[in-house]
Ligand binder design. Structure first.
Ligand SMILES: [Fe+2]
Length: 310
C-alpha cells in the first residue's frame, strides 16, 4: 500500500517565478528542466520531487505516491477496483518522465489525478541546497504532506483509508475547520483532508520540513525580504507539533515551511480530536487577505452522465 508522498506536479502560467523562491528562500535545488520546459525542484537525492509545468491556469496536475515494493502496486490496483475506481498502468514513457520504474494512474472521485509509483530514481550526493540550510526531512517520510479540500471528508476517509492511510487525528473547530490527518509512514501526516463548500475540491497546501528550527526562522526573514506573501505567521500546530509558517506560492496553493513534526509510533498511536489548529501563533497575516484557499477545481456533477470517451 502507499507509504509516502513521492512527488507533486502543478501546471501554472507562473512557473518562471518558482526557481528564485524555491532556492533563495526554501533552500531547494533547481535541476534540469523537463522536456516541456517545466521547473523541477529537488529536496534530496531523488531526481526531483516538485515539478511546475507550463500551463494556462493553475492546476493540480498530479499527486505522486510511493510504495515500498513493486507488488504493492497490485494491491493498490485491487483496492481501487473494490472502490469502483478504474486505474491504469502508465507506460515506460510516463514512468521515465516521472523518474520512476513503475507507475499506476487513477483519478479519484474529487477529480485529483494520482500516480502511485515504485522505484523513484535517486542519485547519491546530488542534492546541493539553494541556500545554507541543514536540509529537508524526506527519505522514508517522502516529500512532506498535502492538504486536499473536498466537500465530503467522510467519503474521503472511506476512500483513502483503503489505500494505506491511517487516521492520526482530527481537528474540528466548529464553524471554521473540519479536518482529518493521515499517516502512511512515521511522519504524523502525509495526507490531510479538509472540508470545503460543495461543488469544488482543491489543493490547499504542501508542507516541506527542514531539519533545523533555524532554517524556519531564517526562511521567515528571507521570505519577508523577498516579498513572498506570508499567509499564517509562525506558530506550533496542536496535533503534529509542527513549528511552521505558511506562505502563498506563485501558483495559488500554499506551502507550510516547518520543523519538528511529530513522528507516529504505529504500535502505540491512538487518534485524538483537537479543537484548535495551533498551540500558539499561526495567526492570519495581512498578506493572505483575499487569496484563494488553494488551487480549486469544480467537481463533476454526479447527477450528469459521464462524458463519452472520444
Ligand atoms: Fe500542514
Amino acid at each position: 500500500m502507499i507509504t509516502s508522498l513521492a512527488y507533486l506536479g502543478i501546471n501554472s502560467p507562473k512557473k518562471d517565478e518558482w526557481p528564485e523562491m524555491a532556492t533563495r528562500f526554501w533552500g531547494a535545488m533547481v535541476t534540469d528542466p523537463g522536456p516541456d520546459g517545466s521547473v523541477r525542484l529537488k529536496f534530496d537525492d531523488a531526481l526531483w520531487r516538485l515539478q511546475i509545468h507550463p500551463g494556462e491556469q493553475d492546476e493540480t496536475a498530479y499527486i505522486g505516491w510511493g510504495v515500498d515494493y513493486e507488488e504493492d502496486l497490485d494491491r493498490v490496483e485491487k483496492a481501487l477496483a473494490d472502490s469502483g475506481v478504474t486505474s491504469e498502468r502508465g507506460d515506460e514513457a510516463l514512468a521515465e518522465a516521472r523518474g520512476v520504474n513503475r507507475i499506476l494512474v487513477f483519478t479519484d472521485p474529487w477529480g485529483f489525478r494520482h500516480e502511485v509509483t515504485w522505484g523513484q530514481s535517486h542519485v547519491r550526493s546530488s542534492f546541493v541546497p539553494g541556500r545554507a540550510i541543514s536540509g529537508f526531512v524526506t527519505g522514508q517520510q517522502g516529500l512532506g504532506h498535502v492538504l486536499l479540500l473536498m466537500p465530503d471528508i467522510e467519503a474521503g476517509h472511506e476512500f483513502f483509508t483503503k489505500l494505506g492511510f491511517r487516521l492520526s487525528d482530527k481537528i474540528i473547530v466548529p464553524g471554521r475547520l473540519n479536518a482529518r490527518f493521515y499517516h502512511c509512514n512515521a511522519r504524523h501526516h502525509t495526507l490531510a483532508l479538509g472540508q470545503c463548500p460543495p461543488g469544488v475540491a482543491g489543493l490547499n497546501h504542501l508542507m516541506i520540513q527542514t531539519s533545523s528550527i533555524d532554517d524556519v526562522g531564517t526562511g521567515y526573514e528571507i521570505a519577508q525580504e523577498m516579498g513572498v506573501p506570508i499567509t499564517l505567521t509562525i506558530g506550533r500546530h496542536s496535533n503534529d507539533q509542527q513549528f511552521s509558517f505558511y506562505h502563498s506560492t506563485p501558483s495559488s496553493f500554499h506551502v507550510e515551511y516547518g520543523y519538528g513534526g511529530l513522528e507516529v509510533d504505529e504500535e502505540t498511536w491512538v487518534p485524538r480530536v483537537y479543537d484548535r489548529t495551533a498551540v500558539w501563533g499561526h495567526q492570519p497575516h495581512p498578506d493572505g487577505k483575499g487569496r484563494p484557499p488553494g488551487i480549486m477545481h469544480p467537481l463533476a456533477d454526479p447527477n450528469l452522465p459521464p462524458a463519452e470517451e472520444a
